[in-house]
Design a protein around this ligand. Structure first.
Ligand code: SDX
Length: 423
């Protein structure tokens, strides 16, 4: 806490001095906790200027296109780390030693199976149900099976729940896919790493041996890392708010999945591919750019823009290179990639996009990569949810470890009717 203060002068009121708290890097905050004594609330729909909590997990500088997880730059993690290393870093705060990593990996590997009765939940869904609807249901239902890790005030319980969620999300995600195509579920294998195991459960069958393509496994590992955490985004804030009431971890992660599903958030990767198909050819790009700029048209250029990044999303840069690498290694010519590259080129020179600082975000290229490795579009956001689970858990855990934590209960600007008689 610094000695600096912000002073608020409100007509007819005593001046109000509000402490300023400095950050280790980036903007400091004005501590407004006592402002309510003034009879006023702050007003900030969408929380553009509001810090909802203190956190040590992820730092973003949107103007410089910087993303750090516990201080490690995302570009270095995406290049040199394994996804489970990033999970350890997000959960425990620093890079694991080789021994710590092996123990962590072994624990996660040996929790990847789900209770056999979980399979029954799938039978209640239509085969063509959106897998995000299924994931909301089955992840929330885990609370009905794991009563030994529901005490959110017990840090051992929280750690067990963290391992269970991190381990079982890929298994449940692959079960969603298998159920949607009418194939039997495939059990996880303990001799495969996290990314390989996910792809194995997605694409293997019981009828023949299946070898995971190392190119696919490498790019899925990268995609998992790039989507692992992103500060107080909508779904993470949802998990924190749900968790602040003491709700169990499985219910909180299910709430995060529900929020992520929205097309303005995690649903953008699926929506972006739909948009590229809707554009259809590079000759239609100008027409769709005009729609995106038209205030009276609800169309937005999906995969562009970000609440924080007013520069290139550093994840999009890594994703762009991975996209080119995968298509080259697989010798795939995808016309949607041609449209994406031309769209990016035009948009980055267009006055409207420059003035509004709209750059490609993490969702712009991921869909093309996932399509190239044979993952159906309706599974894209599920993969985002698998990857983001560790971020949600790390923030949920940090919240419960923070003595300042209270139940989240924002106020409002009331503009409704004054008191009036009913009869
Ligand atoms: C993710 O928060 C996170 O960190 C999210 C995420 C994560 O890792 O968790 O990074 C993941 O959700 C990435 C974003 C994926 N969504 C999309 O690609 C959908 C398209 N993008 C937009 O809907 C929008 O850019 C948002 C939702 C991402 C950000 O919205 P903001 O910050 O509320 O900005 P805004 O809607 O107020 O837009 C500012 C201006 C507006 O014009 P004006 O009202 O000022 O005249 O820019 C315009 C918008 O109309 N604008 C766009 C646009 N995005 C913003 N115009 C056309 N196309 C777009 N994509």
């Amino acid at each position: 806490m610094s000695n600096e203060k912000a002073v608020l002068h409100i007509k007819g009121k005593e001046k109000i001095e509000l402490p300023i708290i400095n950050s280790t890097v980036g903007p400091g905050v004005i501590d407004i906790r006592k402002l309510r004594e003034s009879g006023y609330f702050t007003f900030d729909p969408g929380f553009l200027s509001t810090a909802s909590c203190e956190s040590k997990i992820t730092y973003i500088d949107g103007n410089k296109g910087i993303l750090l997880h516990r201080g490690y730059p995302i570009e270095q993690l995406a290049t040199f780390a394994d996804y489970l290393e990033v999970c350890y870093i997000l959960l425990y705060g620093q890079k694991p030693s080789k021994k710590e990593y092996e123990k962590f990996k072994s624990t996660v590997t040996h929790h990847t199976m789900v209770h056999e009765q979980i399979a029954n939940f799938f039978q209640g869904f239509r085969r063509d149900a959106h897998p995000m609807a299924v994931m909301c249901g089955v992840v929330g239902a885990l609370a009905a099976f794991y009563h030994d890790s529901l005490d959110v005030n017990n840090d051992i319980h929280r750690e067990i729940a963290a391992y269970r969620l991190l381990s079982k999300m890929p298994t449940l995600a692959a079960m969603c896919y298998k159920y949607s195509i009418g194939q039997p579920f495939i059990y996880p294998r303990n001799d495969l790493n996290y990314a390989e195991n996910f792809l194995y459960m997605m694409f293997a069958t019981r009828c023949e041996d299946y070898k995971v393509n190392p190119v696919f496994a490498n790019v899925i590992n990268k995609i998992f890392i790039l989507h692992a955490d992103h500060e107080q985004n909508a779904s993470t804030s949802t998990v924190r708010l749900a968790g602040s009431s003491g709700a169990n971890p499985f219910a909180c992660i299910s709430a995060g999945i529900a929020s992520l599903w929205g097309p303005a958030h995690g649903g953008a990767n699926e929506a972006c591919l739909n948009m590229l198909e809707q554009i259809g050819t590079i000759h239609n790009i100008e027409k769709f750019l005009e729609k995106a700029k038209n205030k009276n048209d609800s169309f937005r250029l999906i995969g562009f823009g970000h609440r924080i990044y007013k520069n290139y999303d550093p994840r999009a840069s890594v994703m762009r290179k991975a996209c080119h690498d995968v298509l080259r290694e697989l010798n795939i010519q995808d016309p949607l990639l041609d449209i994406a590259i031309e769209l990016e080129r035009i948009a980055l020179t267009d006055e409207y996009f420059i003035q509004k600082k709209l750059y490609p975000n993490v969702d712009f290229y991921s869909g093309i990569i996932l399509k190239a490795i044979g993952i159906p579009r309706y599974m894209f956001t599920v993969i985002f949810a698998v990857s983001r689970t560790i971020g949600w858990i790390a923030h949920w855990n940090e919240m419960h470890s923070d003595s300042k934590n209270r139940i989240g209960r924002p106020r409002q600007l009331y503009s409704g009717e004054k008191i009036r008689k009913f009869d």
